[in-house]
Design a protein around this ligand. Structure first.
Ligand code: AMP
Length: 281
């Protein structure tokens, strides 16, 4: 497995693969990799002849008061992890390699970025769309892999690829959870022991929603209020949103039917965590 830090190196390596007629998969990440990322990498290794994992804490998707500096990083662990899973190349650029000092072109999505996480993180999805466009242009993959853990991000990337005629397939992968239900996240490392326990309120409320819907509940208001009630019982939890939206347009719905996305963001102490479930046919 190789590690490249420049765009030029990546282009040369991918060009050589293409000359041999090999297919290429891309897994974009911010590093500090865990089994959630691992599931994307393994799927990419299954589907493609060669796999590139990008490890880049992308500054343009962090707001001014967010955790860009504090975001956990561990390249030694990440490279061993990728190698073990069969990735062929890690792209690990410095921010200056990705953004020239006079960088000024952004990819901005209108409607889908205004709800859910986009409400409390107004520039987040502009940064995500911009960096993914850059990564797609640098690697030119046949397929790129994203987790349903970040369901709004996945919907936005799918729409961007469709709207801008980008020539690749987007593959969505299911949420990987800890044994007790908490969705795996690099940000879980911020949690103290007490907060880690309190964080279970996220998955518990998601499982409650799934149970209510399975038992025939179709009112978004009823499901949201039951989830809210459960989360509010946890003193360390502070709700950012509890929402039911259409799984494609990301706009709020009153009636739950496939493909409704039930999504939540909750702060546990200072750590903002997200979780969700998609209602299927
Ligand atoms: P991140 O490094 O947090 O930007 O995540 C990189 C990719 O891994 C994104 O597509 C995420 O949705 C995905 N991912 C992160 N955590 C999980 C998880 N617990 N299960 C599935 N995919 C995940």
């Amino acid at each position: 497995m190789k590690i490249a830090s420049t765009v030029k190196e990546v282009r040369e390596i991918v060009k050589a693969w293409r000359a041999q007629g090999l297919s290429v998969g891309l897994v974009p990440t911010m590093g500090f990799l865990h089994e959630g990322h691992g599931s994307l990498i393994s799927r990419a290794v299954q589907d493609n002849d060669r796999v590139v994992v990008s490890v880049f804490v992308n500054p343009t998707q962090f707001g001014p008061n967010e955790d860009l500096e504090a975001y956990p990083r561990d390249m030694n662990h990440d490279s061993a992890f990728c190698e073990k899973l069969g990735a062929d190349l890690i792209f690990h650029p410095e921010p200056s390699e990705m953004y020239d000092p006079d960088f000024t072109t952004y990819v901005n999505m209108e409607e889908l970025s205004k709800t859910l996480c986009g409400k409390s993180r107004p520039i987040h999805f502009r940064g995500v769309c911009t960096v993914c466009t850059k990564l797609f242009n640098i690697v030119k993959p046949d397929r790129a892999y994203f987790g349903q853990k970040d369901a709004q991000q996945l919907a936005i990337i799918r729409r961007m690829v469709r709207d801008l005629n980008m020539d690749l397939e987007i593959v969505g992968c299911p949420i990987v959870r800890e044994e007790d239900g908490l969705a795996k996240s690099s940000r879980n490392t911020y949690l103290s022991e007490k907060e880690r326990e309190a964080a279970l309120v996220l998955s518990r409320s998601i499982f409650l929603a799934e149970k209510m819907i399975e038992e025939g509940e179709t009112s978004a208001a009823n499901v949201k209020s039951a989830m809210t009630e459960l989360i509010e019982k946890e003193p360390l939890a502070q709700i950012d949103y509890v929402e039911a939206v259409d799984g494609v347009s990301m706009q709020p719905v009153d009636q739950i039917k496939a493909p409704t996305l039930i999504a939540i963001a909750v702060k546990i102490g200072k750590t903002r965590l997200i979780d969700n479930t998609i209602v299927e046919e």
